[in-house]
Design a protein around this ligand. Sequence first.
Ligand code: ATP
Length: 246
Amino acid sequence: MIPKSHPRYESLLLREKIVKAAENGYLADSAMIAHGRGEAFDYLIGEKTTYPAKRAMYVAVAALLLSNNPVISVNGNATALAIDEIIELANAVNAKIEINLFYRTDERVELLTTLYREHGYKEILGSLDDDIEYLNDIKNNRASASKTGIYAADTILIPLEDGDRAEILKKSGKNIITIDLNPLSRTSKMSDVSIMDNIVRAIPFMTKIAEDLKTQDKKVLIEMVNEFDNEENLKESIEQIKINNK
Ligand code: ATP
């Protein structure tokens, strides 16, 4: 039990969630390395949501609300850290949720499917009984996607995604949004909207934004998306790391 007074309380709680998820068998072997990399970047931004991240979140939510078939792609880490919050966001923006694993095994897919169903989300895609198609005709697991989910999606939110998989998704012509604490990652660089923030702060904030933007005129949302420059916003995100450590 971590005492609340511990200076790294929040961070240690997240670590504990990742350790538990690994014990429960639904994380890939490299999941802790990915989490540690995220922790390091979170440390550098003071574990706070920066202004460029907020701006990207508004644009991301606008894009999700404007889409015909938005999908939130989830892996083990995202699920371990924010399963209920992901379900709430999906409901708020009317998006589907799809299990999308870089190292896909039947056992982990089954464990994650059960977890989403236990948390009240019955329509989870990417399960073992789902119809699978291959993006860009690449016949391997890295390019597999649910026929009614990612395969048919126009916008995909890919939190904590690996660069290889992000590249395949991007090449398939979809609008890509990522939540990634590393503004230098390949995923951040190739996405259309990159949110440099911790998934545990970003997802609930995006749900709040959705409640606000839902009442806005569609034209306002289109303008927000069109005016956004991801490269410029990533530069500002990197700048925030310097400002926070002066
Ligand atoms: P790339 O291939 O895109 O260059 P990578 O090889 O680092 O990046 P992975 O390690 O597979 O990709 O992906 C994990 C990414 O998720 C990392 O960039 C890490 O910073 C980020 N990350 C880890 N934990 C979190 C978190 N809690 N919130 C947001 N991002 C996180």
